[in-house]
Ligand binder design. Structure first.
Ligand SMILES: [Zn+2]
Length: 514
């Protein structure tokens, strides 16, 4: 029988254990239930309290709320008075505290652990022995349950303090199995983002890894994305970008790590955009990062994505022709999105499907730029506006024909254009869907049929395109098929006949796709 109580004012699980309120048998993780739901609702209102259910104890970590009022209540878990690492849970509540499910990484609750045979002092020594930082000290240890895919074990979590050789502080957490004395896991508690002094985006944080006393442009928090310097070469991976300090580039092109910082930053923002917006875990949605290569060839005025190497490559541009390196944020988002397309719809890179492939990259490159909210490169519906010293962009989404070559409206000849020009029809569609027709701070967008379109915003327009790309489009989708796919996506997300659905239809008609 489920037993759910709310205990007020208890700060620690140790106090709960001392109070003798915990049953001795382990039990399953929380599931749907009115009593548990009510208790979670009470816990939100008394954040210093603890909730006890089926012998497990939960405390409130935080609450996030969606626009529609759905709440995501994040809980820490304890058993037998000990923290359960990996047992954290998110309870999803609808309006009026109604149960909408729970998310948790722990398959089963921990069993009451075996008796520890290793003393805390021995665990501390084991942890220190694995430490690699320049200076180390044991700051403390605590008995915990460590839960992972293989089960649950009693372990000492030992915090080893110190500093790296360059002065960066360290709080290394080492989990030592309490029964066997082996190290189960370790992680650095101090976030060691490096600094990237980029050319296009100012001074930004970049993910780095300290290895053998040297910092690598290797972003462990985002699938291990690495940035390489090809040093003018056109094949292989060149040299992994490393530095003695955790600072890459100086904002000028005299320092060859400056563009490497741009590439690393663009990859990180793109990774974060897809993950936080769509829950997509990397280009293939498998948690594995691509890699980036900079300084490709000589005076190379382009950037490209390759499925075969699963990598992005950037040229330095040609200063004598007014080009800077092609490592701007929207270009990074554009290139990585080609990888997303390859791993979803697989739009063939010719004819109308090729134009849709290019437009998908322009759309998500633009949305990455908005997502980054970097004042050095603010969000806009221009593609590559940072690349030329005269500020002229490569492409315009409000009225694509402003580049002199792209199509604003669909016609039978669109499929015979270069894919970077046939993309204009879909870029124009997306601008109308997100922003609307006519004049705005972002541009001035005409319609091909004289209609007026009121935009639904980037978030909804992006969600519709992403769902269409990942759910309905296939390798040979053409413009007529894109209309059908986005209408299906809008119906899924917002309902057939909704404002969003009707705006998708109106925006396609406004670019002559009926
Ligand atoms: Zn492209």
């Amino acid at each position: 029988m489920r037993r759910t109580t709310l205990l007020g004012g208890l700060a620690t699980a140790a106090l709960l254990a001392a109070a003798g309120s915990l049953p001795t048998t382990a039990s399953a993780a929380p599931v749907s239930g009115d009593a548990f739901t009510r208790a979670v609702a009470q816990l939100k209102a008394h954040s210093g309290s603890a909730l006890v259910a089926d012998g497990q104890t939960f405390t409130l970590k935080n609450v996030s709320t969606d626009a529609d009022g759905t709440e995501h209540v994040r809980l820490n878990r304890y058993q037998d008075g000990l923290p359960v690492l990996g047992g954290d849970t998110v309870v999803h509540l609808g309006k009026g505290n109604t149960w909408k499910g729970a998310s948790q990484s722990l398959a089963a609750a921990p069993t009451r652990g075996a008796k520890a045979r290793v003393s805390a002092a021995a665990a501390d020594r084991a942890a220190l022995a694995t430490s690699t930082a320049a200076t180390r000290r044991v700051d403390g240890s605590q008995l915990v349950y460590d839960a992972d895919a293989t089960g649950t074990a009693l372990a000492y979590e030992v915090v080893v303090g110190g500093a790296y050789a360059d002065g960066t502080p360290s709080e290394l957490h080492v989990l030592v199995d309490a029964t066997t004395g082996t190290v189960r896991d370790s992680w650095e508690g101090v976030q060691r983002d490096g600094t990237g002094n980029t050319f296009h985006s100012g001074s930004v944080a970049v993910g780095t890894t300290l290895s053998g006393g040297t910092y690598q442009l290797n972003d462990g928090a985002r699938g291990g994305h690495k940035t390489y310097d090809l040093n003018g070469g056109t094949s292989g991976t060149g040299t992994l970008v490393t530095n003695a300090s955790n600072v890459f580039g100086d904002g000028t092109l005299a320092n060859r790590q400056t563009t490497a910082a741009d590439a690393a930053y663009g990859a990180a923002e793109t990774w974060d955009y897809y993950k936080s917006t769509f829950g997509r875990n990397g280009i293939r949605n498998d948690g594995v990062a691509a890699y980036s290569r900079v300084h490709y060839s000589t005076n190379y005025v382009n950037a490209f994505w390759s499925d075969s190497c699963f990598c992005m490559t950037y040229g330095d541009g040609d200063a004598s022709q007014g080009w800077t390196p092609l490592t701007s944020l929207d270009v990074a988002g554009h290139e990585m999105s080609h990888g997303v397309t390859s791993n979803t719809a697989g739009l063939r890179y010719s004819g109308e499907s090729g134009g849709l492939n290019e437009a998908t990259s322009d759309i998500f490159g633009t949305l990455v730029e908005f997502y980054a909210a970097n004042s050095n490169d603010p969000g806009d519906y221009l593609i590559g506006e940072e690349l030329r010293t005269n500020g002229v962009p490569l492409r315009y989404m409000d009225k694509p024909s402003k580049d002199g070559s792209s199509a604003d409206c669909w016609s039978r000849r669109v499929g015979s254009l270069d894919v970077h020009y046939s993309s204009g029809v879909a870029n124009h569609f997306f601008y109308l869907l997100a922003v609307g027709s006519g004049s705005s701070s972002y541009g001035n967008s005409p319609t091909c049929n004289g209609s007026t379109v009121t935009g639904i915003g980037n978030a909804k327009a992006g969600a519709i395109w992403y769902r269409a790309l990942t759910t309905y489009m296939t390798s040979r989708t053409d413009y007529a098929g894109a209309r059908t796919a986005t209408l299906s996506a809008a119906a899924d997300l917002y309902g057939a006949g909704s404002v969003e659905y009707n705006t998708v239809a109106a925006a396609w008609s406004a670019v002559s796709v009926n």
